[in-house]
Design a binder for this molecule. Structure first.
Ligand code: BTN
Length: 269
């Protein structure tokens, strides 16, 4: 079965959310859905508005990377969050987004997805999706959060460069089946709203437990690289109260627990 087109009506009809994805903008091609979501947010788009594109010409990844976004195969989406009760817990947003996407992809495609802290979606150690959260503040308060996510659904090996082929995969590559992206997006929006509701209700013990159960980083030896800071080696032992990754390491000859809030985590063998 060839990859079907995204259709706003097919998505709207099956949504069970109250806000998320109810206002939906679908484009054939954009530079970046995150950039367009920020523009829409600035001109009055409401909480829960979603932007989808069939292709991106300048898809943005974390840490300034490029997100490969070929047409009509995958999901490239950004959601606008304008609820201050959610935005005040901004450190949890990337993690619950990863969790919601992993649950929806597992359910819709029947494949075992795990998470690399903070929010990479992995299938057997290869990256199948990622999340880029960007926020705008007014004073010290986050006023708008744009949550962008890309999930490789129907892309083939040949859609990736030689360099990416050993690192990235897709649902199609995992199962040799083509998936209806409209159904997958519906599941994703439903899951996202229910996890953002948990953040709003400050049910952090529940969030932490569910995240930890899906997180492949815990228990692993890791290397963490951070901008303008030393590279760390240690064992990922837990998730902190605000979603930080707790890494057990040795400092000045003594055991030490470091709280990692930003950076690139690499799973070591
Ligand atoms: C990562 O590096 O893992 C994050 C990738 C996020 C990519 C998505 S695709 C839709 C949205 N728009 C963008 O420009 N980036 C995000």
């Amino acid at each position: 079965m060839p990859s079907t087109r995204l259709e706003t009506e097919a998505i709207r009809q099956r949504l069970t959310t109250s806000r998320l994805g109810r206002s939906l903008h679908l484009f054939e091609e954009l530079a970046s859905t995150n950039a367009t979501a920020f523009t829409l947010a600035g001109s009055g788009a409401t909480h829960g508005t979603a932007v989808l594109a069939e292709a991106q010409t300048a898809g943005k990844g974390r840490l300034g990377r490029h997100w490969v976004s070929p047409p009509h195969l995958n999901i490239y989406c950004s959601v606008i969050l304008k609820n201050p009760k959610i935005s005040r817990h901004v450190s949890w947003i990337p993690l619950v987004t990863g969790l919601a996407l992993a649950e929806a992809t597992r359910r819709s495609c029947g494949i075992e997805i795990s998470l690399k802290w903070p929010n990479d979606l992995l299938y057997v150690e290869k990256k199948i999706g990622g999340v880029l959260c960007e926020s705008a503040s007014q004073g010290s308060q986050v006023s708008t959060c744009v949550v962008g996510f890309g999930v490789n659904v129907n892309s083939r090996e040949t859609d990736f460069s030689d360099e990416l082929r050993s690192l990235a995969t897709s649902c199609f590559q995992a199962t040799r089946q083509c998936y209806d992206r409209n159904g997958l997006i519906v599941d994703m929006f439903n899951q996202l709203e229910s996890w953002y509701d948990c953040v709003e209700a400050e049910r952090f013990d529940h969030v932490r437990q569910a995240y930890a159960a899906s997180c492949a980083t815990l228990g692993r030896n890791v290397q963490v690289t951070r901008v303008e800071e030393e590279t760390i080696h240690g064992t990922a032992v837990d998730i902190g109260k605000d979603g930080a990754l707790l890494v057990s390491t040795v400092r000045k000859g003594r055991p030490h627990i470091l709280e990692i809030r930003t950076g690139d985590v690499h799973h070591l063998r």
